[in-house]
Design a protein around this ligand. Structure first.
Ligand code: PMP
Length: 387
């Protein structure tokens, strides 16, 4: 029997479609070969136009964390005050980056795990004291919550138009509703989540205002991630700063082609529908979604173990792996209390059915007695509804 790899259902990396793998497997050519630069230029201009950016998109080798650093160091000058909204582990990472950089920063935390900092709290804080930069995480991967970004940008435009907004969209970009013209100044992401490409690229969108801010600042300490170094390259990819990740650029171009074929709006709807189906299905099996339903993320779900179910976290996840799906452990205060499912990028209904079936078998084999098919029945009912 063919032994298949387990489905990659962690919150990144996500399943990589065959055509994307094929693009990555092409023979490597020079970074200034016109066969690459033509495609690279088209990729950058697609990223700008798809997400309605009035500035520049950056595609730079690195991971999401590098994107976080790149976003903040290019927009916050040493005298700026930075307000960070943290809904969990990755919000705290942003706070750590800001404190290491020595920025004058303050953090607002979510009122409880599985909730998000509210738009009202941000408004209140910004009304009490001036902040030059606001930073937030669109989807907090550790708790599975989605920040109400549209509402926030509307409030910011009305009450605090002078504050620049930086958003960590690592676990949302390409899967969750968002456009730069909502009024965001820097959106950062990476290749291995909703884009469904292998890890290796950081992606950033900077508004015209963010670019102007960088230009108004003196030289920054960082070199590799300086906007000023990359802007000429992104305007014409024949130019050189750091060697581009040639094969990853091909892969991302194919990922963007897939996104255009599906259509961004359809992709947003699909992610919301699948997430809801997963939440209902795991609830039917007795697990509890970790995020409050009002802010549950379309891309990642925390599944808390039922009280007294007798499942041991690491052992249970091993069992799910043996049944054919790789799910992730929880982070921070939720560690050991549940597992996380990543459901983003180029996934489909076959993948969801296999995932839920693997979880059901693992439950039963590890002595947590559920009726075979209980999660699947719920999933199928949801998938049969139109969305
Ligand atoms: N922000 C969020 C919301 C994330 O989920 C992650 C990765 N899981 C990161 C930042 C960091 O990205 P990377 O691991 O690619 O550095």
């Amino acid at each position: 029997m063919i032994k298949r790899n387990p489905l990659v259902m962690v919150p990144g990396p996500t399943p990589v479609a065959r055509s994307i793998q094929d693009a990555m497997g092409r023979e490597t050519i020079s970074f200034n070969d016109p066969r690459l630069t033509c495609e690279f230029n088209a990729l950058v201009s697609d990223l700008v136009s798809l997400w309605r950016c009035d500035g520049i998109a950056f595609v730079v080798a690195g991971s999401g964390t590098m994107g976080m650093e790149m976003g903040i160091v290019n927009t916050a000058s040493s005298s700026d005050r930075v307000l960070i909204c943290s809904n969990g582990y990755f919000g705290d990472r942003m706070a750590d980056i800001c404190s290491r950089k020595g920025f004058d920063s303050e953090v607002i935390k979510a009122p409880a795990c599985g909730m998000t900092v509210s738009v009202e709290d941000v408004d209140k804080k910004l009304s009490e004291r001036k902040f030059d930069i606001l930073v937030l995480t669109h989807v907090e991967t550790s708790t599975g919550v989605e920040f109400p970004l549209k509402d926030l940008t509307e409030m910011m435009r009305a009450h605090h138009p002078g504050t620049l907004i930086i958003v960590d969209g690592v676990a949302s970009m390409g899967g969750v509703d968002f456009y730069m013209d909502w009024g965001v100044d820097v959106m950062l992401s990476c290749s291995q989540k909703c884009f469904g490409t292998s890890p290796g690229l950081a992606l950033l969108w900077a508004s015209r205002r963010a670019v102007a801010k960088r230009r108004s600042m003196p030289p920054i300490a960082e070199s590799y991630i300086d906007f000023e170094k990359w802007i000429p390259v992104m305007e014409d990819t024949m130019r050189y700063w750091g060697t581009p990740a040639v094969n990853m650029i091909w892969a991302l171009s194919e990922a963007v082609r897939i996104i255009k074929e599906e259509g961004l709006e359809n992709r947003f709807k699909r992610h919301r529908a699948y997430a809801k189906a997963i939440r209902r299905s795991i609830s039917a099996m007795g697990f509890k979604p970790g995020a409050d339903e009002s802010v549950a993320s379309p891309t990642v779900t925390v599944c808390l173990y039922p009280e007294g179910c007798g499942l041991d976290d690491a052992d249970f996840r091993d069992a799910v792996y043996s049944e054919g799906a790789h799910v992730a452990g929880c982070l921070g205060e939720l560690a050991g209390r549940g597992f996380r499912i990543g459901h983003m990028g180029n996934i489909d209904e076959h993948i969801l059915v296999s995932l839920i079936a693997a979880i059901e078998r693992a439950c039963i084999k590890r002595g947590y007695k559920i009726k075979p098919g209980v999660g699947l029945a719920s999933l199928q009912e949801s998938l049969l509804k139109s969305w």
